[in-house]
Design a protein around this ligand. Structure first.
Ligand code: SAM
Length: 211
């Protein structure tokens, strides 16, 4: 109860979504099976703020879903900025593309359909910011391949690193997603190529800086 009140308070004291983001949020809840995969108002605004602060020229997102986080980040891209977003679920491609087409900065989004583990190594770009938000069992692989494409001093934001608390509390038979997240968190913790801070926003965001 207390936790819910605090979550509501956080949302209440965070700036509201614009009409397009609100529509996308609603439609995702009405028309998809796992709407809670969407970043949501608070995390969306946080991602947008990060992009306002960094003014990155190139962003890579792994895990588009219906496009909410991509649109949030694209809002704040500089004039010559581009955001590449990858998803392997063919069913959501037209959904996301429909919203990208309506967004003011939608022309700065490059949607790539396919498996991120195959596509990322082929990208001929150096990224300033990476947002990891796809299959939890593959986090470490996304991390390794995107770290190669990240400039020195660039940032990775990895979503769901608390995994609803399952990353933290030991249980008898942890599921494979929990194990994937724990393995990723443990690996980054001892990785001397980076430094990091775990932010308790929503389901946990690990903010990593490449040294
Ligand atoms: C949590 S959702 C992304 C949510 C989105 N970033 C947002 O905040 O609205 C995860 C997405 O990752 C995609 N995905 C899972 N494994 C993938 C892979 N290997 N390559 C590309 N996309 C993948 C899924 O299809 C799903 O749409």
């Amino acid at each position: 109860m207390l936790e819910r009140k605090i979550t509501e308070y956080i949302a209440d004291y965070t700036s509201g979504e614009d009409r397009l983001m609100r529509t996308l949020n609603r439609e995702t809840h009405l028309k998809t099976f796992y709407p809670n995969m969407l970043s949501g108002k608070v995390q969306g605004k946080f991602l947008e703020m990060v992009v306002w602060m960094l003014q990155p020229k190139r962003i890579l997102e792994i895990g588009t879903f219906t496009g909410y986080s991509a649109l949030a980040m694209a809002k704040a891209l500089p004039e010559d900025g581009l955001l590449y977003t990858i998803d392997n679920n063919e069913e959501i491609e037209s959904f996301a593309r429909r919203f990208f087409a309506q967004a003011e900065q939608g022309n700065k989004i490059r949607f790539l359909a396919g498996d991120a583990l195959e596509l990322v190594p082929k990208l001929e770009e150096t990224f300033d910011l990476v947002f990891l938000d796809a299959a939890k069992v593959q986090y470490l692989s996304y991390y390794e391949s995107s770290l190669k494409k990240l400039r020195k001093g660039g940032f990775i934001l990895a979503d769901n690193v608390l995994w609803g608390g399952k990353a933290v509390f030991s249980e008898k038979n942890p599921d494979k997603e929990t194990l994937g997240i724990r393995k990723f968190n443990d690996f980054v913790k001892q990785d001397s190529r980076v430094e990091q801070v775990l932010l308790s926003i929503r389901d946990g965001l690990l903010l990593i800086r490449k040294l």
